[in-house]
Write a protein of this length. Structure first.
Length: 466
């Protein structure tokens, strides 16, 4: 369910698939515990084909919107999460897709992730919402809530739903209830049953203050921005502030009191945690009204520094938004921003390039692949490669090759044969697959990693040195 069936489609339909469109979008980033910048972006690609069988002919589209992970120290760039749709036809076209709605990371560790996905089979109007975390390598299956927002605290996962009304659900990260068989129910417009150790609240959680883990910001059905100093079952809020919507984004400054609210191409600023009476609007009239897409980021170690982008230009303010100056123009449409905290570096994503901007000078560090780059040669056999670097501390990359799309397991064991971590347990596409192994919580020593795919088992050693 996580990959385009390109090869199968060509066999069944007897036609080549032509690429139509491809572009970068949705840039995210953070600094890990070593100070390394970890960037995540989507690469959208679409193709069209004609499905022909004895029952008729159909013009159909398939697409992929995979999330890529770029480690700026190792320069390793690989697919982190698969997001794709495809049709396959025998007598009639059938549809399936896996959409990654949102993803987040525990402790700013790229090896500790949580994703929200919607799985659809045959009927594009129905689906099953699931969550998966590396905390215990299990799924929660939630029904179909339209979830689009994940937030984590030190011990809980919060996810928001806008189906029928706005709600937030809370599930412990270490819950034993995480499994393929557990199901949330949806009765009429109100979620009134679910896991026994979960909670739900009739407000949509927007953010948790990064420096005050008991301060929560949410949205109610009256479009009020709400603040609570204790996210409890009663969910009592202390302030009703300004009208907002579920697309609003909150940015928290380094001084713990600064707060920005960005929505609908409008920017507001609070100098006291967003409390009532502390908000002021920031003038963005210098951006043309015809612009439809805006992006924003701040330097989380320099709260007065703001970056705003319209379709083709980036603007910078060094005084909390009182004044802006144009920093750069780009030929291609801007689709994302990430400011590296406490530095002169800004990352700008456009439809065609990922740029590193230092001291106002842009350098392209990644380009959208051309058509002949997206169809790699398919290997003839299953093969497990030696990890690199090796020895390593604390992350290393493992590659394996598959001669066809197949169910695959990649598992790490200690020298006594005890399972340490399961890295892959799903269908993987043909070609070269790249996996990042994070051994932060393991002791120094020799470990084994085993690949199982299509009846083939291969084992290699890796060495962790701390």
């Amino acid at each position: 369910m996580k990959y385009p069936l390109t090869f199968l489609l060509m066999l069944l339909c007897g036609l080549s698939i032509s690429a139509q469109e491809r572009y970068f979008h949705e840039l995210k980033g953070f600094e890990d515990s070593t100070g390394t910048t970890q960037l995540f972006y989507r690469l959208y690609k679409s193709s069209s084909f004609t499905c022909t069988s004895e029952n008729g002919s159909w013009d159909l589209d398939i697409d992929s919107n995979h999330i890529h992970h770029l480690n700026l120290t190792t320069k390793n760039d690989s697919i982190k999460f698969f997001d794709s749709s495809d049709y396959f036809c025998v007598s009639y076209p059938s549809y399936r897709s896996n959409r990654v709605n949102d993803f987040t990371f525990i402790d700013n560790d790229p090896g500790k992730w949580i994703i929200s996905s919607t799985f659809v089979l045959t009927d594009p109007d129905s689906g099953i919402e699931t969550f998966k975390t590396t905390q215990n390598d299990k799924y929660i299956s939630t029904g179909f809530f339209g979830t689009n927002h994940l937030i984590i605290s030190s011990d809980s996962l919060f996810f928001g739903s806008e189906l029928g009304s706005k709600y937030t659900f809370k599930v412990p990260l270490d819950s034993d209830k995480w499994s393929d068989t557990q199901m949330f129910g949806l009765q009429s417009a109100y979620p009134d049953q679910g896991l026994s150790d979960s909670l739900y609240f009739e407000n949509y959680l927007l953010a948790i203050h990064p420096q005050n883990s008991k301060l929560y910001y949410a949205l109610n059905d009256s479009s009020d921005l709400l603040i609570s100093d204790n996210y409890s079952e009663d969910f009592v809020f202390t302030n009703s502030l300004i009208d907002i919507n579920a697309d609003a984004k909150l940015y928290f400054g380094a001084d713990s009191a600064t707060l920005y609210l960005f929505q609908d191409q409008k920017l507001s600023y609070s100098n006291n945690l967003g409390k009532n009476g502390t908000w002021s609007k920031i003038d963005l009239s210098f951006i043309p009204d015809i612009i439809e897409s805006y992006f924003m980021d701040i330097d989380s170690k320099n709260p007065n520094l703001i970056f705003i982008a319209d379709s083709n230009s980036v603007y910078q303010s060094s005084d909390f938004g009182s004044n802006f100056e144009k920093l750069l123009d780009f030929d291609s449409q801007i689709t994302g921003l990430y400011k590296k905290p406490g530095s002169d570096i800004l990352y700008v994503l456009t439809r065609t390039d990922l740029y590193e901007v230092e001291n106002g000078q842009p350098t392209s560090i990644k380009q959208v692949p051309v058509s002949n780059e997206e169809t790699p040669e398919i290997p003839n056999t299953v093969s497990l490669k030696q990890n690199y670097p090796n020895p390593f501390n604390p992350t290393t990359t493992i590659e394996f090759e598959l001669d066809k799309s197949t169910f695959t397991k990649l598992t790490v064991f200690d020298v006594l044969g005890r399972k340490v971590q399961e890295l892959v347990n799903e269908v993987r596409p043909a070609g070269t697959n790249t996996i990042e192994f994070n051994a932060t919580n393991l002791a120094s020593g020799v470990y084994l990693y085993r690949l199982e795919a299509d009846g083939v088992v291969q084992i290699k050693r890796l060495t962790l040195i701390k």
